[in-house]
Design a protein around this ligand. Structure first.
Ligand SMILES: C[S@@+](CC[C@H](N)C(=O)[O-])C[C@H]1O[C@@H](n2cnc3c(N)ncnc32)[C@H](O)[C@@H]1O
Length: 398
C-alpha cells in the first residue's frame, strides 16, 4: 500500500502551517531544538480519510514543521534497528530465494502497480490542488497568483519578478507540465481544471528601465505512468477527455527505467517547462534510479524545472515497516505486502542522482530540503511524524 501525503486511507489530518520554510541540506537529525507549537485543529475530519488538499478552505490551511531533537535521533535509529530485525531481509533467505524475490519484484513492478490500481481504482490518493504552496516559484505562475493576470491586456502591478520564467517564454510554444508516475491523475486533473491559458511575464530591458509585458501560453498537461491500468483510468476522467479534445492533455504509458524520452510516446524529449516527480522515484530500485533520473531530466526544455517530492529517511512509515509483512530488499528499500516497493531518501541521494556530479543527471540543484511534518489523529490522540524530501532542479539554458 502506498502511504504518501495524499493517501485517502490514512486517518490523519494536517494541523500545521508554512510549507515554504527551507532547511537546505540539513539532515532530519539536525540538532536544533524543535519549536513545536500546538495549534488546535480547525478542520472537519471524515472518518477514515485524510483531510484533502488545503486550498479551498482557510480553515484547513494549517500544519507545523518540526525538526528532530537529539533524543528523536536516537529513538528513531533504535526503532528502525529493532524493526529491521523483525523484517524479512531477503539476503537471509535460503540460497537463491532472496535473489529470486528481488528479481520478481523488479520484473513484475508494473503488474504490482496495475493490481494496486485495479483494486483501488481512483479512490486511493486525493486530488492535489495546492502545488502553488508546495512549489510557489513555479506554480504561482501556473495558478496565476504571483504573475500577470490576463485582464484585457493590462499588466498586473503586483508582478513578481521571481516567478518562474523558462526559455519557453520566447519560443512561441505551449507551456507544458509533465507528470511522471502520475497514477490516476490526482495532480494532472486539478491542473487541467485551471485556466487553459497562462500569461507569463516577459522582461525587456530598455534605456528607461525594465519593460514588463505578458505573453499568453496555452497550458498543456501530460500524465505518464508505467501502469496501464492507471493511465486508462486517467483517460476515462471527464476533465481529461475535455482537455484532450482541446489538445491540452495527453496520457501515455512510459517506464522511466527502460526508455529514453525521445523513444517514449509523444516525443517527450525536451518537451517540459515543468516535470513533476511526486512519490514515484521511491518505487524504483536503487540500481535503476540513475537511469530513471537521466530519462526524467531529458524531458525538460532548456531552462525547465524538475520538481520532486518523495519519502524521506526515518519517515514514520519506514520505522513501522518492520512490523508489517514488508520485505527488506536492500538498504532503506522495501517491498510492501502488495508487492509495490518503497525507498526512503536522504537529500544526498537526490543530489547525486540529479545534480552535476559524476553520475548525476546534470541538473542545477536549486533547492533540496526535508519536509518534517506532524499529523495528529484526533480520536486516538496520537501524533505521527512524516518525513519527505523535496527537490527543485533546473536544466541549463545552453
Ligand atoms: C506512490 S504512486 C504516486 C502517484 C502520484 N504521483 C501521486 O503522488 O499521487 C507511484 C507511481 O509511480 C508509478 N511508477 C513506479 N515505477 C515507475 C516507472 N518505472 N516508470 C513510470 N512510473 C512508475 C506507479 O505506477 C505509481 O503510479
Amino acid at each position: 500500500m502506498c502511504d504518501n501525503e495524499l493517501s485517502a486511507q490514512s486517518s490523519y489530518y494536517i494541523l500545521y502551517k508554512n510549507e515554504s520554510q527551507n532547511t537546505s541540506l540539513v539532515s532530519p537529525y539536525s540538532s536544533i531544538t524543535p519549536q513545536i507549537q500546538r495549534i488546535e485543529p480547525q478542520i472537519q475530519i471524515k472518518k477514515g480519510r485524510q483531510v484533502e488538499d488545503t486550498s479551498t478552505s482557510q480553515d484547513r490551511d494549517f500544519w507545523e514543521d518540526f525538526e528532530w531533537t537529539e533524543e528523536d535521533k536516537l529513538s528513531n535509529k533504535k526503532t528502525l534497528d529493532q524493526n529491521l530485525a523483525k523484517c524479512d531481509l531477503v539476503e537471509n533467505l535460503p540460497p537463491g530465494r532472496g535473489q529470486f524475490l528481488i528479481r520478481k519484484f523488479e520484473e513484475q513492478a508494473d503488474s504490482y502497480w496495475n493490481k494496486f490500481y485495479s483494486s483501488h481504482q481512483t479512490n486511493f490518493f486525493k486530488d492535489r490542488h495546492y502545488l502553488h504552496k508546495t512549489f510557489p516559484d513555479e506554480f504561482g505562475t501556473v495558478y496565476g497568483i504571483h504573475c500577470l493576470e490576463d485582464s484585457g491586456g493590462g499588466i498586473d502591478a503586483e508582478f513578481d519578478v521571481n516567478c518562474f520564467v523558462s526559455s519557453a517564454l520566447t519560443d512561441g510554444t505551449d507551456f507544458t507540465i509533465v507528470e511522471i508516475g502520475c497514477g490516476v491523475g490526482n495532480t494532472v486533473l486539478p491542473l487541467l481544471e485551471l485556466k487553459s491559458t497562462l500569461v507569463l511575464p516577459s522582461i525587456e530591458v530598455r534605456n528607461t528601465g525594465p519593460n514588463v509585458t505578458g505573453r499568453t501560453k496555452r497550458l498543456v498537461v501530460w500524465g505518464l505512468d508505467f501502469s496501464e491500468t492507471a493511465v486508462d483510468l486517467l483517460r476515462q476522467d471527464d476533465r481529461f477527455i475535455k482537455a484532450q479534445q482541446d489538445s491540452r492533455a495527453r496520457a501515455a504509458v512510459w517506464d522511466i527505467t527502460k526508455t529514453h524520452p525521445k523513444d517514449a510516446p509523444h516525443e517527450l524529449e525536451a518537451s517540459a517547462d515543468i516535470s513533476l516527480l511526486l512519490f514515484c522515484l521511491s518505487a524504483i530500485s536503487p540500481e535503476n534510479m540513475a537511469i530513471a533520473a537521466r530519462n526524467v531530466a531529458a524531458t525538460l526544455k532548456p531552462g525547465g524545472m524538475l520538481l520532486l517530492r518523495d519519502y524521506g529517511r526515518y519517515d514514520e512509515a519506514q520505522l513501522k515497516l518492520g512490523k508489517s509483512r514488508a520485505k527488506r530488499l536492500g538498504e532503506n528499500f522495501y517491498a510492501k505486502h502488495d508487492g509495490t516497493r518503497c525507498y526512503y531518501f536522504e537529500l544526498e541521494d537526490l543530489k547525486a542522482l540529479f545534480g552535476n556530479g559524476d553520475k548525476g543527471a546534470g541538473l542545477e540543484v536549486v533547492e533540496l530540503k526535508y519536509i518534517q511534518r506532524m499529523y495528529t489523529n484526533r480520536s486516538k490522540e496520537f501524533v505521527r511524524r512524516r518525513v519527505w524530501v523535496q527537490g527543485r532542479f533546473r536544466k541549463s539554458i545552453v
